[in-house]
Design a protein around this ligand. Structure first.
Ligand code: PMP
Length: 388
């Protein structure tokens, strides 16, 4: 099967207009056209983050954005409260430790979201305000958990700690209101819900965060956000940017606005609802708890006796659907299905049909077509087509 549809949680299947933008001739990254392009991207990203503050674009994957957020905000010996809910939350904490930042972890069982009350209790106990930052993951790609951010923002506000958020796999797939939530640095990446090839990290920064960066932070060079802001003011980046990705991002942001953000959010939710309905009908357990299930990635427990990696391999090689596997201690234990990128309802139905074929072939007792039918009903209902 030469054709492959990406149902992994990034990089995602990219639309043709966005791909075509990547093929534009190179321009001078210190010239007037690039200035217009960079300013356009930074401006169009603001409503996606829900901020009136600055959004800085970095030539980097998401991890570089996380490193930029951490190293610009905190230095050796400063204490942060990390609230990981999976592999990527652990990575954010690891970045902090690498730079000598003093990390305390608020533990959460995988599959769950951060408990707002536990977070508030820990911050209330910090009478001396030793905790300088709270580190959150909006959408944890490794477990399929999406934290409910409003209550977490409320739990932090009275304490006053700075809030860093990894929304690499969350931003643009559901409403995000950075300013209203009082978040200080929010990190996203191009290859996720905005549907651009990998290569750009987008970092939104609050006025309070800029102020802190002037006073403190750790050693930094390539990812110095102050320098990025200085250059952005003249329509440039400190080093050579991935110009093709910038062309693509600008087109993707236009398409996002033209689709209507609410419609984009509803699409991610609908595909997720379809996949969840199929999984539940097929008797597959969901790894993430109800109430914190991600709209960009659904994690399914692999049933006992079934080799999840073998299923993913046949899905990819013979059926043309690429699914994600488990990461870290979930390797081999879950299958992750992404819903971002240029996929249609019929792609989702096809993928679920192929998954049923593979599960049957692996010996799982299921009613053939029941998962697809459950998803189909979800889609028909959303289209107000009577499926009776
Ligand atoms: N955080 C989250 C939540 C992610 O999903 C990812 C990528 N899967 C990253 C961070 C790291 O991003 P990148 O691979 O682009 O460095």
């Amino acid at each position: 099967m030469s054709k492959q549809l990406l149902f992994i949680p990034g990089p995602v299947t990219v639309t043709e207009p966005v791909l075509a933008a990547m093929g534009k001739p190179m321009i001078d990254h210190r010239g007037p056209e690039f200035k217009v392009l960079l300013e356009s991207i930074a401006r169009k990203l603001k409503p996606v983050f829900g901020t009136s503050g600055d959004v800085v674009v970095l030539g980097s994957s998401g991890t570089g954005g996380l490193e930029a957020a951490m190293t610009n905000m905190f230095g050796p010996g400063e204490k942060v409260l990390c609230c990981p809910v999976g592999v990527f939350g652990d990575r954010f904490a690891e970045i902090a430790r690498t730079w000598g930042v003093d990390v305390e972890v608020l533990p959460t069982a995988w599959g769950h979201g951060v408990d707002a009350q536990a977070l508030k209790a820990r911050l209330d106990a910090d009478a001396k305000r030793e905790i300088k930052g709270v580190i959150l993951t909006h959408n944890e790609t490794s477990t399929g958990v999406q934290n409910v951010m409003g209550p977490l923002a409320d739990a932090i506000r009275a304490h006053g700690a700075l809030v860093l958020v990894d929304s690499v796999s969350g931003l643009a797939a559901s409403e995000f209101t950075m300013d209203a939530w009082g978040f200080d640095v929010v990190v996203a990446a191009s290859q996720k819900a905005l549907g651009v090839p990998p290569g750009l990290a987008m970092v939104a920064v609050s006025p309070r965060a800029w102020e802190k960066m002037e006073r403190a932070g750790g050693p930094r060079y390539y990812f110095d956000l102050r320098k990025a802001r200085e250059f952005a003011a003249i329509g440039q980046t400190p080093a050579t940017p991935p110009v093709s990705q910038c062309f693509a991002m600008d087109v993707a942001l236009d398409r996002y606005a033209a689709s209507g953000p609410e419609n984009v959010w509803a699409r991610h939710q609908l595909y997720t609802n379809g996949i969840i309905a199929a999984a539940q009908t097929l008797g597959l357990e969901l790894f993430a708890q109800p109430g914190v299930r991600s709209v960009t990635v659904t994690a399914l427990d692999v049933p006992a006796g079934i080799d999840g990696d073998a299923i993913r391999k046949t899905m990819r090689v013979e059926r043309g659907f690429v699914l994600g596997g488990g990461q870290g201690r979930l390797a081999g234990k879950i299958i992750r299905i992404g819903t971002m990128g240029d996929i249609s309802q019929t792609d989702v139905l096809g993928m679920l049909g192929a998954l049923e074929m593979e599960l049957l072939g692996a010996g799982l007792k299921i009613h053939v077509g029941s998962g697809v039918q459950a998803a189909l009903r979800v889609f028909l209902e959303a289209s107000q087509i009577n499926a009776a």
